[in-house]
Design a protein around this ligand. Structure first.
Ligand code: GLN
Length: 245
């Protein structure tokens, strides 16, 4: 087994200049810090339009307005096959809201043409009549605490199909579509969520879960992360559980 002092992961931030709504960059900062606090070195790469997407252990794509999604969809189309290979090799993806929508088959906005996604998730999104804005609490069975919290602001309604399963089940708020109680999505190590805020600072247990998956992908074995003093983060998390306004 790799010595814990030599561990490293690569994180690639996709289109930060276009998709970074509500400070989604906080997700990158959380992943990076929670690695570095444990002595895991992080190679952080940024991909902006026109640049080639590198192989990576973790890919992050944030949220954005329809206009920015149009620009990013055009970029992602050229990288669909490569990113599918990355998914199939166990790479971890986290997409937030607009970025999440583009990880599915398509996003049909209110006005304009359907935006093709890269189908890493068997899901599709159509713009709804109502914009969902507010706090969300959702239950995730395989983590402790068994909750995820965040803030949603989207008109897109996302529907999951096939082997793509919900990330969590909504107990407060709307989630994917406000009707089937699902929030977010997972297929293999590809994760999407509507939770902004940003998401990972308020859900450190999920950040660590993603880091462990990335280490397992890179080193071929499960590497248990050392505990951190998460007292403040978990108090913040628990203060938001069940909070509607
Ligand atoms: N434009 C998309 C929607 O309204 C995504 C918004 C977002 O990323 N917050 O559903």
């Amino acid at each position: 087994m790799e010595k814990k002092s030599d561990l490293k992961i690569t994180i690639t931030h996709l289109y930060p200049k276009l998709l970074n709504l509500y400070g989604d960059i906080g997700n990158i900062i959380t992943l990076k810090k929670r690695c570095e606090w444990r002595g895991i070195s992080v190679e952080l790469l940024e991909v902006n339009p026109g640049k080639e997407i590198p192989a990576s252990d973790i890919y992050f794509i944030g949220g954005g307005q329809d206009k920015q999604q149009i620009d990013v969809a055009a970029e992602l189309k050229f990288n669909k096959d490569f990113l599918t290979e990355q998914r199939d090799s166990g790479a971890v993806f986290l997409g937030i809201c607009g970025g999440y929508q583009l990880l599915g088959h398509y996003y049909q906005p209110h006005n304009g043409d359907k935006l093709e996604g890269i189908s890493l998730l068997d899901a599709y999104t159509v713009a709804g009549k109502k914009r969902f804005i507010g706090n969300v609490t959702a239950k995730i069975d395989y983590l402790t605490p068994d909750t995820l919290v965040g803030f949603e602001n989207h008109s897109g309604l996302t529907y999951l199909q096939g082997e793509t399963k919900p990330l969590a089940m909504v107990t407060v708020g709307n989630g994917n579509n406000g009707s089937d109680k699902t929030e977010g999505a997972r297929y293999m190590n590809v994760f999407g969520t509507y939770l902004h805020g940003s998401f990972l600072p308020k859900n450190p247990h999920f950040a660590d879960y993603l880091i462990e998956l990335a280490l397992e992908k890179r080193y071929g074995e499960h590497i248990q992360l050392d505990n951190l003093d998460d007292d403040f983060e978990l108090k913040t998390h628990l203060s938001l559980v069940g909070k509607a306004y």
